[in-house]
Design a protein around this ligand. Sequence first.
Ligand code: NI
Length: 169
Amino acid sequence: MALLPILCYPDPKLHRIASPVPGVDASVRRLIADMLETMYDAKGIGLAATQVDVHQRLIVIDISEQRDQPLVLVNPGITWTSAEKKLNEEGCLSVPGIYDGVERFDAVAVSALDRDGKARVVEASGLLAVCIQHEMDHLMGRIFVEYLSPLKRNRIKTKMRKLQRGERD
Ligand code: NI
């Protein structure tokens, strides 16, 4: 297994749209293992392949306290959303140190393949539903800060660029 470098906003590669995974083979399973290792190492609760510069529809999630309940979604597709939406505070491994409110569906159902290539449906609410919607946005090239006001977004962009140059505020 290996730790993978995580792209940081505003890297334009984060806006690429991912293609479907053609099949869950050994190389995909290796990518899943590496993404899980990378997510746990970075203390994140979710990671999309887009964030490690692999533009395929694959996400990994673990919202458990013990960090031992990995959820792997290959080619995820939302099949149902609740009528209700809620505002939640979100963060992202690609936008370190930034947390802000985003409105998401309170509950969703998602069809996907698991790491064995088996089709399954996941019904999620609360934090898991938020996380799935956040990670699926990545696969469409969308970062959570794009839901914020242009003023906030520009401030975050400037901050991230400074951070990447190793400057302080
Ligand atoms: Ni993210």
